[in-house]
Design a protein around this ligand. Structure first.
Ligand code: ZN
Length: 269
């Protein structure tokens, strides 16, 4: 069976249901800090209908997760956002305001205020999570070096508010769960992750994730799945795969270029 299909995702949900892991949204994790849980997080980057399908699938298993919506035409769909919120999913704001403001934090915070308000006119928003754009030299979360999201009534930001020494963080970025160096923006400090007893080198497919979950050895896991990458329709799936391969080549180039620039800086060149 092909990986990264909705069917495969359903097997993952069934695996969770066969364990003692409760699932958690991001906001509930921040509020209640359970000792054992699987946090389910999704970034709604594009293909909003695939997000809705994944949300329905989770709902059919009584699972609530967090969907971070970008404020762009393709994903800002009030009717769909409302439907997902009504299923009990947490809706969050996937902000990219530093990109929109060309790296100017003063402009960016104003855009943040307006876009957050737009989302809050649809449903309640308690957490925000940055969108990563590998082509930009800044990161959207840089905004919080000058401002405080708590002033906006925001409880937390998964990249800043979760301690990944205590939560094993796994993402499908790049259409694999493996911890590859193709990730430009989606990187976190991994120090201590192996203290959870997980050998990350053994993980790349969804079946590997399922095995990890069934073993119940890792108390806290955060899974980030981008629903636009998970589809059953073969043409969509093949297009996703091709698109991802092109992106990975591009990203590998950026990582290579940056590490090279870093090296030359370190050598004082
Ligand atoms: Zn994103």
């Amino acid at each position: 069976m092909r990986d990264f299909t909705l069917k495969k995702y359903e097997y993952l949900l069934q695996a969770i249901k066969n364990t003692n892991y409760p699932t958690s949204t991001v906001q509930d994790f921040l509020k209640f800090a359970p000792e054992k849980c699987i946090i389910l997080r999704h970034d709604v980057d594009r293909a909003v209908k695939r997000n809705l399908e994944m949300a329905r699938l989770e709902h059919s298993y009584g699972i609530k997760s967090t969907y971070y919506f970008r404020h762009v035409e393709e994903t800002f769909k009030p009717e769909i956002i409302r439907q997902m919120a009504n299923m009990g999913h947490e809706i969050g704001f996937h902000y990219e305001v530093m990109d929109k403001a060309n790296g100017d934090p003063k402009k960016a915070i104003e855009i943040f205020r307006e876009e957050l308000e737009d989302l809050r006119n649809i449903t309640e928003i308690n957490t925000v999570c940055m969108h990563g754009n590998p082509l930009k030299s800044w990161s959207n979360r840089d905004l919080w070096q000058e401002y405080d999201f708590k002033d906006f009534g925001i409880l937390g930001e998964p990249y800043l508010s979760i301690d990944y020494n205590e939560v094993l963080y796994l993402t499908d970025t790049g259409r694999t769960w493996a911890d590859l160096n193709i990730r430009v923006k989606d990187t976190i400090d991994r120090t201590g992750v192996n203290a959870t007893g997980t050998d990350l080198k053994t993980i790349s497919s969804t079946d590997d994730i399922i095995r990890l979950i069934l073993s119940e050895r890792t108390p806290r896991i955060c899974l980030l799945a981008h629903p636009n990458r998970w589809c059953d329709d073969f043409r969509g799936w093949a297009r996703e795969l091709a698109f991802q391969n092109i992106k990975n080549v591009g990203k590998a180039g950026i990582v290579w270029y940056r590490s090279r620039a870093q090296k030359s800086r370190n050598c004082g060149v």
